[in-house]
Design a protein around this ligand. Structure first.
Ligand SMILES: [Zn+2]
Length: 413
């Protein structure tokens, strides 16, 4: 029913060109219960006074409708940089910015974000990919738009926080969506649903703008909170009213609430315990101007996820944080040809090290998928892509001492 409601809501608003009303369409995974148990165990060793600042490399995929750079959904460099700046203000509780607070339970998450310096081929990058993607259909509010976006542009989720922006009219009735992290429990990989990993932010609300009630880039702050394991302040449930006993975000320093806050009321609505709700929390639905806090418990969750969770921990040591190493650069264009035809990858080069060739594929979700070499000569190697239904994204070849990564797309589903 909620899905139908969202679709109807979107159609109603789309015809008047108005803004969305739902902040977030993040879908919480079926494995929430074992994930929470795992996280609580890991958190037992968390130290709030730990000083290490974590840095996360970001790639921004600007999926636009063909406009020139700086117009419409083809976001300007300044807009993209403003989003990164806001993330750093909010996650560092930076003095003198909108992200600062003096709340005794508020903290500095000591998490920073930088645009990637090295692309998946080991080449220099500004961390921004621009792709015309007007063929992405208008989606109902509950669709997993991240998979549609990843089909157009996606970098290895082990090494990059993928952030996409797409025109508002394609996104539907929400401002953003994120993929929740996994635990590193045995068997947990079977809960990985094969969907692409990352965060999407509606292009209209990406970075700092001067219009709407969401002008300060807090959609990005909120969605990355989910990406790092935070729930909404009222827990996993829908934004509507739930019973107080069912609603929890597993953080003791956020007042227990059973619903989201709308707008920016002058007096906060009451929490389940009679205190004021923490509507200034980034994980509420209030307007951007109301928001300025992650609590110490929320920070503990995010840092624990970053230290332990697959595809989060690996970001902290990603080569994308550094400039490319000129010695390790292999110009992929020079003499190389890699083509995908009917499920086979055909690699051609004048002098292939036939005796020492390995090929591996990675799915959208970063899972390793074996690749069979079906034939090889000194000029041509043919590898067979897996016949499984999983979507394949990245091919990694080792040819003698040279490792060569190429982005391919075989969309299995
Ligand atoms: Zn959310």
């Amino acid at each position: 029913m909620r899905h139908l409601f969202h679709l109807l809501l979107f159609l109603a608003f789309a015809s008047f060109g108005q803004n969305q009303t739902d902040r977030c369409a993040t879908q919480f995974p079926a494995h929430s219960a074992p994930f929470e148990t795992w996280l609580q165990q890991k958190r037992a060793s968390f130290r709030l006074d730990e000083e290490v600042v974590y840095t996360i490399p970001v790639v921004v995929h600007v999926l636009h409708l063909g406009e020139p750079i700086g117009q419409g959904s083809n976001l300007s460099l300044e807009r993209i940089q403003s989003q990164i700046r806001i993330l750093n203000e909010d996650y560092r509780r930076k003095l003198g910015t909108r992200g600062y607070n003096t709340n005794p339970v508020g903290g500095d998450a000591r998490i920073e974000f930088v645009l990637a310096k090295t692309d998946p081929d080991g080449q220099p990058t500004d961390g921004i990919v621009r792709k015309e993607a007007s063929q992405i259909p208008v989606l109902p509010g509950d669709a997993n738009i991240i998979d549609y976006q990843a089909f157009h542009s996606y970098w290895d989720p082990e090494r990059y926080l993928n952030i996409w922006s797409t025109s508002q009219y394609q996104v539907g009735s929400f401002l953003g969506m994120a993929k929740f992290p996994l635990a590193d429990l045995p068997g947990m990989s079977s809960w990985d649903d094969g969907h692409a990993d990352g965060v999407t932010i509606d292009a209209e609300h990406f970075g700092e703008i001067t219009t709407t009630n969401y002008p300060y880039g807090r959609t990005g702050t909120h969605e990355i909170g989910h990406f790092l394991g935070l729930l909404h302040t009222w827990g996993n449930a829908d934004s509507g009213s739930e019973s107080c006993s069912d609603a929890t975000d597993y953080c003791e320093d956020t007042p227990p609430v059973n619903r989201s806050t709308s707008g920016c009321p002058s007096t906060p609505p009451l929490a389940c315990n009679g205190q004021g709700a923490m509507m200034e929390n980034y994980m509420d639905y209030s307007y951007d101007r109301c928001m300025n806090i992650f609590t110490n418990d929320q920070i503990g969750r995010m840092r624990t996820v970053l230290e332990n969770s697959p595809r989060r921990k690996s970001l902290l040591t990603s080569p994308a944080l550094n400039e490319p190493d000129p010695l390790s650069l292999t110009p992929p264009e020079k003499g190389w040809s890699v083509n995908v035809q009917e499920g086979q990858v055909i690699i051609e080069h004048p002098s292939l090290p036939v005796a020492d060739v390995e090929a591996t594929c990675y799915s959208f979700s970063g899972t390793i998928i074996p690749v069979t070499i079906v034939s090889k000569s000194t000029t041509r190697v043919v590898a067979q892509l897996p016949a499984s239904s999983e979507a394949v994204n990245v091919l990694r070849l080792r040819l003698g001492a040279t490792v060569y990564t190429k982005k391919i797309i075989k969309y299995g589903k």
